[in-house]
Design a protein around this ligand. Sequence first.
Ligand code: ADP
Ligand code: MG
Length: 495
Amino acid sequence: MSVLSVKNITKVFPGTTALDDVTLSFESGKVNALIGKNGSGKSTLVKIINGAYKPDNGTLELDGKPLDIQGPADAFAKGIATVYQEMSLIPGLSVAENILIGRYETRGAFVDWKRTYAKAQALLDEMGIDLPIRETVVNLNVWQCQVVEIVKAMSFRPKVILLDEPTSALAQHETQILFKLIRELKKKDVIVIYITHRLQELWEIADTSTVLLDGRMTGKVPMEGAKTGDVLKLMFGDVEVKSRPADLAISEETILEVKGFTRKPWFEDISFTLKKGEILGIAGMLGSGRTELLRGIFGADGVDGGSVILDGDRIARPSPRQMSGKGLAFTPEDRKSQGLVQSLSIKDNLCHACLDKVSPGGFVDRKLMADFADRQVDALSIKTTGTELPMTSLSGGNQQKVVVGKWLNACPKVIFFDEPSRGIDVGAKQQIFQIIWEQSRCGISCVVVSSELEELLEVCHRIIIMRLGRFVGEVRPEDVTIEELYSLCMGGELR
Ligand code: ADP
Ligand code: MG
């Protein structure tokens, strides 16, 4: 058996202690899960183990001997392989070429393709994986690429393999294929370190789970016989859920009604109503279909069936143009690619959803545009020195506010927020919540999707729970604890 030990590791970034005197160990022949909520320090620890970061303090040991790592190449040479979420494959090459890149079999000065392909095939066979080795990577789907990454990493016969959230982009059945491969790794006496924040996976794939919370190691649990509640306590500590302001009233009037909404396999038979001023949360684990549902209602994707009534009008086939025209706004999860035009100025982005208002008579009125932009910069306290600057000059939190501001300029009646706090700091997060509450005060309704369940408890009036594409329950934040909500999302009772 082989052991990787992390001893008294501390890593400080300006303003944050990402890791605070962390001591823990990972063993071979096991799947060692490393878990913790967003920002708890998981990726930082991965980067210290694989040489991308130097710790401020502390040491690493492999089998009791000091492991001194001088950088990524050195870590790799010492048997530490990393499979990242963002892939490193070359799209134009075949599966086999990617796996063996730089190490093709040669005869004289020429590549011996026959032997190269045979070698790649042998590696796949060894891992029990069936993939077309001659296929170009660009034609593979996400899970197949992930598998190629892992086989490539394994071809170097590493002692340690780090998998940083490999399932985050995968659907349920694809995850299963990956798990099969990971169980195969286990048999090879490799130290498998599996990073995830998807709690429900632990019981399925991990042998032990080491938990980080705000840069500290809070515990290590053998999964055999572990209860959900035990792991949750280590992940969240004693959470203090701040509550939403008391003055946010919900009107009796319905603004949005969704009936029997279906788009297989993403979601099925979804029905709910939303009142004026109401903030509705949709809770669920990754892959539960929440984003797809919002996109379906907004008309960004076609659906198989169901109906939407928005502000009294039944809409047979929603399209984004029609829905936004009727007062539905959508701030998407991936604001960089879907919410904003990075090459345009802050002002242009802020006026993007209200071009009709700033161009009376068909011509853009620059003065009106400036007014509309300034209004949102003020209202949302967007931190910038000028609205003519490009979007890229703003921080993540301020970019998120521009996405919101763009829609506020169009005077919406309902706003969908998909993961509004992803990738922004704590301060900006609180400001986004303030903005959501302010909408409610003005009678505008909001639907919020977030993987951070404690956020939903803080922000919403009501939370619907979605699991595998279906609504399975509904709670009020004042009636549940964070542990109960997690457990409901995962389909379990509190164990
Ligand atoms: P996780 O992977 O568990 O989500 P991370 O290790 O990415 O967490 O982050 C831990 C903390 O360190 C967070 O507060 C994050 O904002 C901060 N952090 C991570 N990387 C950097 C960096 N390069 N510069 C500054 N702060 C960072
Ligand atoms: Mg991470």
